[in-house]
Design a protein around this ligand. Structure first.
Ligand code: BLA
Length: 506
């Protein structure tokens, strides 16, 4: 038995998923040297697609496997251009789609049957028809909502999600289109370890990936020692690449047989993914993959500008809130009345759910806070700790076990000391929502696979429940900056009122 703290995630991070030495069985694979055109690798199922066995193809020239015209066209394109598409029509009674690309000194070729199910209107045309609508989106979420709806209409998968990464690497489903018989995943959060770093890297380079049947048996690549120098072939760019057994187990836990995944990038960073799930095996084929790629790239291009527009809108909103606060504090008869008249502005200012305010000897709670006694204790505790400075934490109950009762209503705490020694404001954010739905019982202890000692996706999930518990959404720079501004407002206002009182007395 292995306990949670012993789980070793570096196993996931170290898995070399780009060189599995195998492919998924819905296609066949060939690699040849660009200089000599000698075939160095062939998938064991080559004869099913091309009518020539892997053994017979290895060591021969490419033209033996795919004919003179195809091999000439591909090698010519590769020598200039790095990638090529070719349709082999009527090859031993089959129509085959060849995707060729260069990997070092080799040309690699993914061989797939021409999609049997291409709709009368091609997927690329259907994608083109929806892209214009994407330009009307006013924010990233709205864009993703449009994208998942369109992608589901075009691809027909049971569920299509937009999955966005947070700065700590964990992800949230921020948009979803699904068949009515599917459980909703919208708003659920998943741990960073579900998609290890090398998988993220891979989705930046090869934007689209498809898993056709999570129960497939990998088809090994055959080679000949004299031909391949023993260096494993990098399958990053192959649409047929056999995927991690961890991830296949994960999909089975999720009752998903097939997935189509499109990496979304904002500049050089992986921003998130569009993830399509199907309960039964599903092969999107080259046309749909290309259409999904175009859609994904279009979404990626819009993400940056929309993110900036949203941030700008947020700044404008906060400045407006700040202006209203300034007006109220200038015009209210007393400071205490100003605090009472501006409850919603005070919370909106930093996106808090609640706050406790101590001013001129009066303490009051507004909005959603921990129970008043607890809130007051938290205020006193943090005020002592803060030494007059602003203090922010997103794990109050974990950091201060004596305040653990604050967890639900106030995992997040932002303390702003005000003018007088006892004057302060403490904003609260609730514990962040997290998924409680899973193919299995998340309360089960996280156990590693007894046979292998390796950790299982279920284990990863149980650890996550433990990790996120007690955390709120993090306070960001903008929150801190506007809180400082608010303090200046209060300082200015207090000074002005004191001066006015003194003048009256004279
Ligand atoms: C890959 N994990 C992935 C991918 C997704 C997820 C979307 C991309 C591949 C795909 O399915 O197309 C995770 N899928 C999710 C999440 C949701 C979803 C979060 O639908 C939420 C709704 N995974 C683990 C653990 C390990 C692991 C513990 O949970 C490591 C031991 C590994 N995940 C893992 C690996 C890949 C992966 C290695 C890459 C698979 C590959 O391409 O070879």
């Amino acid at each position: 038995e292995i306990v949670q703290s012993d789980l070793d995630y570096s196993i996931c991070d170290r898995e070399p998923i780009h060189i599995p030495g195998a492919i998924q069985p819905h296609g066949a694979f060939l690699a040849a040297r660009v200089d000599t055109s000698v075939v160095t690798h062939a998938s064991a199922n080559l004869d099913e697609m091309l009518g020539i066995s892997a053994g017979a193809a290895l060591g021969q020239t490419l033209r033996q496997s795919i004919g003179a015209l195809a091999s000439g066209t591909i090698l010519d394109a590769i020598s200039r251009d790095h990638s090529a598409l070719y349709q082999l029509s009527g090859w031993y009674g089959k129509d085959l789609h060849l995707t060729a690309y260069r990997v070092g000194p080799q040309v690699c070729i993914d061989v797939e049957p021409v999609s049997p199910s291409v709709a009368p209107i091609s997927p690329v045309h259907r994608v083109r028809a929806v892209l214009d609508a994407f330009r009307s989106a006013e924010g990233q979420r709205e864009l993703c909502a449009l994208a998942v709806r369109s992608l589901r209409e075009i691809t027909g998968y049971d569920r299509v999600m937009a999955y966005r990464f947070d700065t700590d690497g964990h992800g949230e489903v921020i948009a979803e289109a699904r068949g009515c018989e599917m459980d909703p995943y919208l708003g659920l959060h998943y741990p960073a370890s579900d998609i290890p770093p090398q998988a993220r890297q891979l989705y930046l380079r090869q934007r689209v990936g498809a898993i056709v049947d999570s129960r497939y048996r990998p088809v090994p690549l055959l080679t000949d020692r004299t031909l391949d120098h023993g260096t494993p072939l990098d399958l990053t760019c192959s649409t047929l690449r056999s995927v991690s057994p961890y991830h296949l187990a994960y999909m089975q836990n999720m009752q998903t047989a097939a997935s189509l995944t499109i990496g979304l990038a904002e500049g050089p960073e992986l921003w998130g993914m569009l993830v399509c799930h199907h309960r039964t095996p599903r092969n999107p084929g080259p046309e749909l993959r290309a259409a999904a790629d175009i859609l994904g790239q279009f979404v990626s291009t819009l993400l940056g500008p929309l993110g900036e527009a949203e941030a700008a809108r947020k700044r404008v909103e906060r400045n407006a809130t700040m202006m209203r606060l300034a007006e109220q504090f200038a015009s209210a008869p007393t400071m205490l009345e100003a605090f009472a008249a501006t409850e919603s502005e005070l919370l909106d200012l930093v996106d808090a759910a609640g706050a406790i305010i101590s001013f001129a000897g009066v303490v009051r709670c507004i909005g959603r806070t921990p129970p008043p006694g607890q809130a007051e204790r938290a205020l006193a505790r943090l005020r002592d700790e803060s030494a007059g400075e602003l203090l922010a934490c997103d794990d109050l109950g974990l950091r201060h076990p004596e305040l653990s009762a604050c967890k639900r209503g106030g995992s997040g705490a932002l303390l702003l000391p005000l003018v007088g020694a006892d004057d302060a404001m403490l904003w609260f954010r609730p514990e962040q929502s997290r998924t409680t739905r899973w193919g299995g019982n998340p309360a089960e202890p996280a156990l590693a696979d007894a046979a292998t000692g390796l950790i299982s996706p279920r284990a990863s999930f149980a650890v996550w429940i433990q990790t996120v518990s007690g955390h709120s959404a993090p306070w960001k720079e903008g929150d801190i900056a506007i809180a400082h501004e608010f303090r200046k407002l209060i300082e200015g206002e207090t000074a002005r009122r004191t001066k006015a009182e003194l003048t009256q007395l004279r």
